[in-house]
Every structure is written in structure tokens, then in C-alpha cells.
Design a protein around this ligand. Structure first.
Ligand code: F0G
Length: 482
């Protein structure tokens, strides 16, 4: 991490890159934002990007690319089988993880599909530190069950625990004792744990999980989509690792697990995905599914141009200046919001800044979807697009009842290398205003609720007319400002 001190004593994070290609942004007037949000069924996934000012929906597939990545894309070798591009990507992954085998897939959830097909039988459980939506959907679709066993700090919104993504070792021991090897498909550890606020686990915890899994013959699968943030936090927060290089930490994390998979839309600043393993047997077990579902073994559904970018992005992930920029901006944003008493998840994680919607909107019932309402309100008053990560993002129970999520978050993702400091300052200003006017924000109810992954394309409507009242207050306070 670049050590740059300011004469003024300020602790403003500084970009270790410069912007050389730009995309013009558009901020619609608030009445048009209201209309756009209502047409999108209060679902920020359904907004058109042309109507969005700052797109903080996700860091997935929208990270800025480097000049080296763009240059590499032009050497892509577009042959169906045996493409030179594949061997360059395989070499990069072997270098970063020290694992012999690489199976390409079109993105992260495709890896989840293939891995659950390979390692899961109906009725088995998958213990994990925490689920990700698509990982859970693939497991449950196959008749498996997820068991989330993070340390208890994971759900404490204002914790100071540096590794909220850690797995509870005692709970894992108990599951193994109760279910035995036969009852467990595999154990899943998710780096930079997305849905609890981009929170990391420690190398020590990973190694303890690994030891238990190996002693019991259970495959340990690591989702390393958010590896870059986790690497940064291990280096910064784990005393035993402070003298290790980022590459040494990556190798140690890989060594602890049997299989790694990732979304190249996050890891490697590109698009695509893949599975790495050091085991020939696991490679053979998985291999047949790649041509069946993804594409031939040397592209797996990815475009070769993206594969070239991914290869370069993998090397860039080992550069501390590159991977620390996101977490530093997130920390800055989180701390600024705390100064204004906005409820946020602490410690600041990777991926984005997370608003705690339950405390932000304490007057809403969980079934009125506080996080969904907050995401909708924030877009209306700022043009900033965040993502609901709470009850709406869950799937209904078999009996149709609503599973209330342990956390109601709005994620303001900071795609890597994309936003400037003044855009962060603007966002903090508008979130602060919304927090001071929080009593005006009401709930949402379904218009159309799909059965699978409902949050992606379901539509909702406001309960009452709170959105019009929010717009009126904005006009009162901001006059003719966008
Ligand atoms: N694992 C994690 C931890 C993820 O965050 C994601 C995607 C996936 C797997 C699936 O990968 O999108 O390439 O199929 N997360 C995105 C997000 C969608 O916005 O957080 P994918």
C-alpha cells in the first residue's frame, strides 16, 4: 500500500492510477428519477444505466481495466480448441495459485453449477461461512442444504472484529460429528464474504478449516471471487502475515483448499470465471461438465479477449497498490458516513460500503423490505444506484413464508478503479440528507414475485405515496439542484 503522507495531516486515500478513458455521466432531474424508479418496479436491477448517475449496484464486470489489459486483449487467439490465449491464462493462474489444473467457465455461478453437480448429492449439506445468492440457489436446486456457520461477530453490524468472515470451527466440528462424511457434500469458504458486507477471513481460520476437512476427507472449496480484498485485509490485519508478500498469502490460501473457483467479473478486473485445483482426481471429476454446460476446455464459454484481460488482471491482483485502492476508498466513505451518524457496517470491508437499512429505517417492518425501500429512495434522491442485500434477496421457504434475512443491507459497491473522490463526497452528502429525512421513507410490496432469484427481476410498488413526499422535501431543500 503506497505510503503517502499529507502535509496537512489529512488521511485521504489517493488513486495510484490515472484516468485515460472516460464515460460521460448523466444525472436526471429528480422527477424523472422518480418515474424511472417506479417504471423499474423499485428494483434497482431493472433501471436503465442511462438513467443512473453513479452506478454502485455491483463491482461485477464493471471494474476499470488497465492499459496492459486492453493491450493484451488484441492478441487474443480465437480458435475453438487449443487457443494460445487459454495457455496464457492457465499460466497466470498457475503462477498466482500454484495449482496445476484450470477449468474455464463463463462466470462464477457457472462454476457453482458445475461444482455442486460434481460434489453434491441430494440430502447432503454444505457448511459455509456464509452463502452467496447464486451458490445457495445451485445447492438447493439439487436438493442440498446450506448450513451457515460464521463466527458470531459476522452479524454484529458495528463490530470491530477484523475477520467477520471467519468460520466457527466448533460448529463445523459438530456438523461433522452429527452428519459424518457421507452427509456433507463439501465445505465452502467465501473470501471477502459478500453478503455480510465484504468481510474477510484470516489465513489462520482458513487453515483450521482446512485441517478439519482434510482429517475427515471432505473437499474444501474456496470461492475466491473477492480474493483481492481478502488478500489486502490479511496483509493489513493479520499480524502473522504482515511480512508476507501478497503473492505468498495467495499461495498459502490456495494451498489450504482443494478447489478454488472465481467470478472473473470480480477477480481479475475482467469477465468470465473458472475453477482451479491441484488434484488430478478432482480435475477429472469436474471436467466432463465443462464441455457439456460451458464450452470446450480451452474457453469454457468465455470470450478469448476477456481471457487475455483476465490473465493480466490476475498478475495485477498481486500488486498491493492495485488491490488496496478499493478497500481504502470504502474505509474513507464508511468513516465519513459514521461522522454523520449514518448506520453502516463496520469494520469497513471490501467490495463496497454497506448501509444498515434496519437501523436506517427502524420504523419499517421486515416484511416491508427496509433495504429495498432504502435502495429505491437513495436512487430517487441522488441518482446513485445501490443494491438491496437483505430479505428481498432471499428465496421464500418451501411453505411460502418469508425468511427474514439476518441483515438488511444496501450495498454501495465501489467497482475497482472507477470512482473519483468527489463522487464519493457527493454520495456521502446525499446519504446523509436521506438519513436526516428517513422518516419520509416507507415500505414496498410485491407487484410480481418470481420463484427463483426474485430480487433480480421481480417488481414492487411503494406502500402509500411516500416517494412523492420525499421528492417534495428534496425540492424544498435543494431548489433547482439536480
Ligand atoms: N461468488 C461471489 C462471492 C459473488 O459475489 C458472485 C457474484 C458470484 C460468486 C457469482 O459470480 O456473477 O460471475 O456469476 N456477485 C455479483 C455481485 C453478482 O453483484 O455481488 P458471477
Amino acid at each position: 500500500m503506497a505510503n503517502i503522507k499529507f502535509f496537512s495531516g489529512k488521511t485521504t486515500p489517493i488513486e495510484m492510477h490515472r484516468v485515460r478513458i472516460i464515460q460521460k455521466l448523466n444525472l436526471l432531474p429528480i422527477n424523472e428519477r422518480l418515474e424511472a424508479m417506479q417504471q423499474a418496479g423499485n428494483n434497482t436491477f431493472l433501471l436503465k444505466n442511462a438513467d443512473v448517475f453513479l452506478d454502485m449496484l455491483t463491482d461485477s464486470g464493471v471494474n476499470a481495466m488497465s492499459n496492459d489489459q486492453l493491450a493484451a486483449m488484441s492478441q487474443a487467439d480465437d480458435s475453438y480448441a487449443g487457443s494460445a490465449t487459454f495457455y496464457r491464462l492457465e499460466k497466470a493462474l498457475r503462477h498466482v495459485f500454484g495449482m496445476e489444473y484450470f477449468l474455464p467457465a463463463h462466470q462464477g455461478r457457472a462454476c457453482e453449477h458445475v461444482l455442486s453437480k460434481t460434489f453434491l448429492k441430494k440430502g447432503q449439506v454444505v457448511p459455509m461461512n456464509y452463502h452467496f445468492t447464486t451458490a445457495k440457489a445451485h445447492i438447493t436446486e439439487l436438493g442440498g442444504e446450506i448450513l451457515e456457520i460464521p463466527v458470531k461477530d459476522a452479524f454484529d453490524m458495528t463490530s470491530t472484529c477484523p475477520f467477520k468472515g471467519n468460520l466457527d470451527i466448533a460448529a463445523l466440528k459438530q456438523i461433522i460429528a452429527e452428519r459424518g462424511r457421507e452427509g456433507i457434500g463439501y465445505v465452502r469458504m467465501e473470501a471477502g464474504t459478500n453478503l455480510i458486507g465484504g468481510q474477510p477471513y484470516s489465513l489462520q481460520n482458513l487453515r483450521e478449516v482446512s485441517k478439519l476437512c482434510r482429517a475427515n476427507g471432505i473437499p474444501l472449496i474456496q470461492d475466491v471471487s473477492l480474493l483481492s480484498d481478502n488478500l489486502h485485509f490479511i496483509k493489513q490485519r493479520e499480524a502473522a502475515c504482515k511480512d508476507m508478500s501478497i503473492h505468498e498469502i495467495a499461495l498459502a490460501m490456495a494451498e489450504a483448499s482443494d478447489i478454488l473457483y472465481f467470478s472473473g467479473r470480480k477477480l481479475g478486473f475482467a469477465r468470465g470465471g473458472g475453477i482451479c485445483t491441484a488434484s488430478r482426481q478432482y480435475y477429472l471429476d469436474i471436467r466432463g461438465f465443462i464441455p457439456l454446460y460451458e464450452g470446450f476446455l480451452t474457453y469454457g464459454g468465455m470470450s478469448v479477449r476477456e481471457m487475455e484481460a483476465l490473465a493480466v488482471g490476475m498478475y495485477e491482483t498481486l500488486d498491493e497498490d492495485v488491490i488496496s485502492q478499493g478497500p481504502q476508498f470504502i474505509e474513507y466513505m464508511t468513516n465519513e458516513l459514521i461522522k454523520h451518524n449514518v448506520p453502516v457496517v463496520t469494520p469497513p470491508g471490501g467490495l463496497g460500503c454497506h448501509l444498515n437499512a434496519r437501523d436506517f429505517l427502524p420504523h419499517l417492518k421486515p416484511t416491508e423490505y427496509p433495504a429495498g425501500s432504502l435502495a429505491s429512495a437513495l436512487y430517487i434522491i441522488s441518482g446513485v444506484r445501490g443494491m438491496e442485500r437483505g430479505t428481498l434477496s432471499e428465496q421464500r421457504n418451501e411453505d411460502g413464508s418469508e425468511p427474514i434475512a439476518p441483515m438488511e443491507l444496501v450495498r454501495l459497491a465501489l467497482p475497482r478503479r472507477v470512482f473519483t473522490m468527489s463522487q464519493i463526497v457527493y454520495t456521502v452528502d446525499r446519504v446523509n440528507w436521506l438519513c436526516q429525512n428517513r422518516h419520509l421513507v416507507g415500505g414496498l410490496q410485491w407487484l410480481d414475485e418470481p420463484r427463483i432469484l426474485r430480487f433480480f427481476y421481480g417488481t414492487l410498488e411503494q406502500i402509500g405515496d411516500w416517494q412523492q413526499r420525499l421528492v417534495a422535501k428534496f425540492r424544498e431543500d435543494f431548489g433547482d439542484s439536480l
